[in-house]
Each structure stands twice: as structure tokens, then as C-alpha cells.
Design a protein around this ligand. Structure first.
Ligand SMILES: [Zn+2]
Length: 139
């Protein structure tokens, strides 16, 4: 089965494109959380954040910064969220790495997800486990 986003990048499916360079493509989300909600993605297919090369990731984020500034100026939004979902449990629908840029305003009514405080030694234990996995050659 083909990848929907690869087909959009290749022009086989229409979109409202806002940006394109040699490596990065961006277009309006067809079902926006807010007007101006934009998807930024690499032209070459990769499924998520853990299988993109660092050079491409850097190009995506550099473009995302530029596009976000343009969205802010174009729409007069006073804030923004950048969201990147990985895997079905996290809400990823299309398995082609993409970052959501969502323009925000003071009165837009969107809320962040609720927090759940740690109890006991849980935070220290989790931080320790993550640090161990980040040691050189361990991830
Ligand atoms: Zn793809």
C-alpha cells in the first residue's frame, strides 16, 4: 500500500502547499485543529522520529522554524505548539514522519493534556533508567 504523504509530496494527491525545498515539504492539515495548522515532513519516506537520520531531522526543524515564523506573521497568532506523534498509541495516523505546527491564541480554548504527579521514588527511578539508556552506545 502506498503512503498518503509520499503521494502528496509527489503531486499525485492535491494539497495546500505552504513550503518546499530539496528535502522538506509542508502543507496545511486537511482537518486543522486551528486555521493555519501545518504539517512539516521530510520528502524521503521514514516512519517516525526514531528512524530519520540526524541530517534530515535538522533540515526539517530548520524549515519548521522558518514556517512557524511565517505562520505567526501571516495569521497574527501569539503562540504555537509543535507536536509529533509516534506510533498508534500516541495518535500517529500516517506512518510518514511529520511535525504539526498549530498556531495558538490566548482565547482559542485548547487545553494541554492533564498531568499526573509522581509518587515516592518513581521520578528518580525513571530518570535513572533513561540516563542509563542514554550512555554512549546504549541506545
Ligand atoms: Zn511516505
Amino acid at each position: 500500500m502506498g503512503c498518503l504523504f509520499c503521494e502528496i509530496i509527489n503531486g499525485k494527491i492535491p494539497c495546500y502547499k505552504v513550503y518546499e525545498d530539496a528535502d522538506v515539504f509542508a502543507f496545511l492539515d486537511i482537518n486543522p485543529t486551528m486555521p493555519g495548522h501545518t504539517l512539516v515532513l521530510p520528502k524521503k519516506h521514514c516512519s517516525g522520529l526514531l528512524d530519520v537520520d540526524v541530517e534530515t531531522l535538522s533540515k526539517i526543524m530548520t524549515a519548521a522554524q522558518k514556517i512557524t515564523a511565517a505562520i505567526q506573521k501571516a495569521l497574527g497568532s501569539s503562540g504555537f505548539n509543535i507536536i509529533q506523534n509516534n506510533g498508534v498509541p500516541a495518535g500517529q495516523v500516517i506512518e510518514h514522519l511529520h511535525f504539526h505546527i498549530i498556531p495558538r491564541n490566548e482565547s482559542d480554548g485548547l487545553k494541554h493534556w492533564p498531568g499526573k504527579p509522581y509518587s515516592g521514588d518513581m521520578a528518580a527511578d525513571i530518570a535513572n533508567k533513561i540516563q542509563q539508556k542514554l550512555e554512549i552506545g546504549n541506545w
